[in-house]
Design a protein around this ligand. Structure first.
Ligand code: FAD
Length: 378
C-alpha cells in the first residue's frame, strides 16, 4: 500500500493544524458546545471534506480526510467538539453522500456541509447497547410514509441535531432493519436534556424519543429492510474516523511528555534520563506509529471502495486502549502536576475513557476480531 503524501496533502494538513490550534483551544469552549466555533469549522471546509463537489463539498479522498481529522485531534484539545464534528460527518452526512438517493443528497448535503444542519446517528437504546440488534424501535409502512416509534439513548449531538439517522426494526418482518433520515421538526420527535458525562462535554449527548413519527418515504438510506449491511458499514466508518483524532491527540500528548521530561529535573538529572520515564515515551511513540499505519491502511481501503470491518475493529480497539494508557502514563510523567486540572491531562484522560465504550466496547471489538479471525482460519 502506498501512503506517500503529496505536497498538497501536507499543506492542507498544516492548514488544519494552524486552524485547530489557533481557533479551537479556548478554555471557555471546552465544556459546552459552541455554535460560533461550529460555523467557523464549517467555513474552513472541515464539515464537507469528502462530500461530492456538486453538493458544495471538497470531494477530498478518504486518505486526505483521515490525515486532516488526525491533524485536528493533534491541534485541538477540544476533544468533545472534534467528536461532535466526526459524528456529524461520518455517521450522518457521509451516509447520505454514499447511501442516500439523489433526492436526499439535494435535500440535506449542502446544509450539512455549510454547518446549517447538524447530524447524528441513533442506534443505541436504553435496553440494547452492545446487543444493538435486539432493539425495540420499530417502523412500519403506512400509505406514502413510514411510521417510527422508539427511544434511543446516548445520542451524541442529540440535543443540537437537526437530522437523525435512526435504525429501527421492520414491524412487517422483525428480522429486517431500516435506516430512516428523521428531521428534528417532524411531529413526535423529542430530544432529552444534555446528559452530563465525565468528559467530552462540548459534544452534547441525550436520549431521543420518536413517538409515532411520520417520515416521508424518500427519507430512507438504501431500501426498506436493507438497513443491516448499511449499519455494519456505518460502524466501520465510525470505528475508523471517530478514532482518527485520537491518533493526533496521542502524538500531542507524547510531545508534551517529551518536553516536560526533558526539562524537569529530580536528583540532579532530567527525568527523561530515568529509564522508567523514557520507556513510557518510547511506548507512546510505538502506539502512535502503529495507529497511523492502520488508519492510513483503512482510509486507503475506503478510497478503493473496499470493506475494512476487521481492520476498523482492530484499529478502534488498539487506538482507544492506547489513548487511555498514554493519558495515564502522561499523568505519571507529570507527577503531581499531571493530576491537577491546570495541566489538562486529567481532562484528556476523562475524554479518552469514553473511546473504549462508544462505537462498541473493547470487549465487543475483541469478540468481532476473534470471530472474524476464527472464520478465516477454521
Ligand atoms: C460518549 C458516548 C457517546 C455515544 N454516542 C452514541 C451515539 O452517537 N449513537 C449511539 O447509537 N450510541 C452512542 N453511544 C452508546 C454506545 O455505543 C454504547 O454505550 C455501547 O455500545 C455499549 O452499550 P451499553 O452502554 O448499553 O453497555 P452494555 O451493552 O450494557 O455493556 C455493559 C458491559 O457489558 C459488556 N458486554 C456486553 N455484551 C457483551 C458480550 N457479548 N461479550 C463481552 N462483554 C459484553 C460490555 O463490553 C460492557 O463492558 C455512546 C456512548 C458513549 C459513552
Amino acid at each position: 500500500m502506498d501512503f506517500s503524501i503529496t505536497r498538497e496533502q501536507k499543506e492542507f494538513v498544516e492548514e488544519v493544524k494552524r486552524f485547530g490550534s489557533t481557533i479551537l483551544n479556548n478554555k471557555e469552549d471546552l465544556d459546552k458546545f459552541s455554535y460560533d466555533l461550529w460555523m467557523k469549522i464549517a467555513d474552513f471546509g472541515l464539515l464537507s471534506l469528502v462530500t461530492e463537489e456538486k453538493y458544495g463539498g471538497l470531494g477530498e479522498s478518504y486518505l486526505t480526510a483521515a490525515m486532516c481529522i488526525e491533524a485536528l485531534g493533534y491541534a485541538s484539545r477540544n476533544n468533545g467538539l472534534v467528536f461532535a464534528i466526526n459524528n456529524h460527518i461520518w455517521v450522518a452526512q457521509n451516509l447520505i453522500n454514499i447511501y442516500g438517493s439523489d433526492i436526499l443528497k439535494e435535500k440535506y448535503l449542502e446544509d450539512m456541509g455549510s454547518g446549517k444542519k447538524i447530524g447524528c446517528f441513533a442506534l443505541t437504546e436504553p435496553d440494547s447497547g452492545s446487543d444493538a440488534l435486539s432493539m425495540a424501535s420499530k417502523v412500519h409502512e403506512e400509505n406514502d410514509c413510514y411510521i417510527l416509534t422508539g427511544t434511543k439513548m446516548f445520542i451524541s449531538n442529540g440535543p443540537i441535531a437537526d437530522i437523525f439517522m435512526v435504525v429501527a426494526r421492520n414491524q412487517e418482518d422483525p428480522r429486517k432493519f431500516s435506516i430512516l433520515v428523521v428531521e428534528k421538526d417532524f411531529i413526535g420527535v423529542k430530544t432529552g436534556n444534555d446528559i452530563k458525562k465525565m468528559g467530552l462535554n462540548s459534544c452534547p449527548t441525550s436520549e431521543v424519543v420518536f413517538d409515532n413519527v411520520s417520515i416521508p418515504k424518500e427519507n430512507i438510506l438504501g431500501t426498506y429492510g436493507s438497513g443491516e449491511p448499511i449499519m455494519n458499514a456505518i460502524l466501520e466508518w465510525e470505528r475508523c474516523y471517530e478514532f482518527a483524532p485520537h491518533v493526533g491527540a496521542m502524538q500531542r500528548i507524547m510531545e508534551e511528555c517529551c518536553k516536560y521530561a526533558s526539562s524537569r529535573e529530580q536528583a540532579g538529572k532530567k527525568i527523561i534520563e530515568y529509564q522508567a520515564i523514557s520507556h513510557k515515551i518510547a511506548d507512546m511513540k510505538v502506539a502512535v506509529e502503529m495507529s497511523k499505519l492502520m488508519l492510513y491502511k483503512i482510509a486507503s481501503l475506503k478510497d478503493q471502495r473496499k470493506n475494512a470491518f476487521l481492520e476498523a475493529a482492530i484499529f478502534k480497539l488498539y487506538v482507544s486502549e492506547n489513548y487511555v494508557k498514554i493519558c495515564q502514563d502522561a499523568i505519571q510523567i507529570f507527577g503531581g502536576y499531571g493530576y491537577c486540572e491546570e495541566y489538562m491531562i486529567e481532562r484528556e484522560l476523562r475524554d479518552a475513557i469514553g473511546s473504549t465504550i462508544y462505537s462498541g466496547t473493547s470487549e465487543i471489538q475483541r469478540n468481532i476480531i476473534c470471530n472474524m479471525v476464527n472464520a478465516l482460519i477454521v
